[in-house]
Design a protein around this ligand. Sequence first.
Ligand SMILES: Cc1cc2nc3c(=O)[nH]c(=O)nc-3n(C[C@H](O)[C@H](O)[C@H](O)COP(=O)(O)OP(=O)(O)OC[C@H]3O[C@@H](n4cnc5c(N)ncnc54)[C@H](O)[C@@H]3O)c2cc1C
Length: 386
Amino acid sequence: MQSEIILNQFYTEEQSMVRDTARRLSDSLLAPAAAAIDRDNTFPREIYLSLAEQGLFGVALPEEAGGVGMDAMTACIVMEELARGSGAVGNAFAIPVEAALFLYHHGTAEHHKLIPGVLDGSVIPATAVTEPDCGSDVAAIKTTARREGDEFIITGTKAWVTFGQVADVIMVFAKTDAEAGHRGISCILVETDRPGVIKGKSEELLGMHGLAECVVSFDSVRVPVGNLIGPENGAFHMAMENFNFSRLMMSSMALGMAQAAMEDAIAYAHDRKQFGKPIYDFQAIQFMVADMSRDIAAARLLIHHAARLYDARQPIALEAAQAKLFTTDMAQVHISNALQIHGGNGYSRAFRVERLFRDVRLSQIYEGTNQIQRMIIARQVEKMYT
Ligand SMILES: Cc1cc2nc3c(=O)[nH]c(=O)nc-3n(C[C@H](O)[C@H](O)[C@H](O)COP(=O)(O)OP(=O)(O)OC[C@H]3O[C@@H](n4cnc5c(N)ncnc54)[C@H](O)[C@@H]3O)c2cc1C
């Protein structure tokens, strides 16, 4: 791709090497397995461990913490490549990358001891913020963590926990001060083998199969106070800060899926003949592809711009929200157009674009819905221009 070629000139040698590793893995392992992961809806543990073996979970983590010592920009490049092969595996990749960074930035020396396990895939992490009655309004969560001596007692139910069925540890966001709104939330690490942790029902999802999502309930689960990550009552801001990075991950994931759909659409439009010629010869098809190419290139630039700012330790609430909103919306539209270019075949599971169409839809919903992204953008630009 021309846009890729231009951007590649700005990659460091190390970034190009990591990208090549991710692309090789994606083409040889992820893409061939993607249809089976979707069909069987089982957690792809072997593939997860292969990513760990390649050191990819530590891509954005400093070397002193056991990581590869690269940056958010490289994590975005890797994510795009992985999601190009399998959106679900791309999604799975984000979880340990984000968890290791979260533990590193906010955890104590004791919490840091978990990082090697997260990086080698032997400790599977999950994050539980959302509840059955509370998603976008994080400050309204009802799960409580009551202090009793040197323990917290956690009670409540979390919904939609990605990796919930397979997680060894869950970072649970709970109210430690029920009266204090967003200033009363803490993050507490809960080992899932503790009495009272109940892994519940998994939903039948439209797409992104294989991620072991489920409800997790906490029935008076006792954990030592040492399991508190970050300051007591200070987790809301930690979560919001974390969203900046995770939104770049989700944007890159949607970007990789859009890239895959465009590649498929171009190939299909050359193979498929109607009215005596390849359908690519029809301007209607070419214009759909032209718009895909334009928006994919623009999304890549938005993401990489935000990632570079993040790596330069600049605030990116605006840029991360813009990248997430633009990329996930454009990916949904263009993957739908790629499906259209496949005609009836696009509606069949025999073609990858059908899965991409289902998988990408989630990216507009989680890590803050796209309505929430618009609210963030509107607030940020209001601050800039009033
Ligand atoms: C497959 C899957 C995996 C997930 N994984 C995780 C996970 O690992 N951990 C976790 O904690 N959560 C996870 N989530 C939850 C996800 O983050 C939430 O679904 C998301 O934040 C939206 O919350 P909600 O579903 O409660 O929707 P709601 O907040 O109820 O929103 C419903 C609708 O109202 C809109 N809306 C809400 N408030 C406003 C407003 N102020 N202005 C305008 N519109 C508004 C929303 O944009 C949306 O369109 C996952 C969800 C799914 C589907």
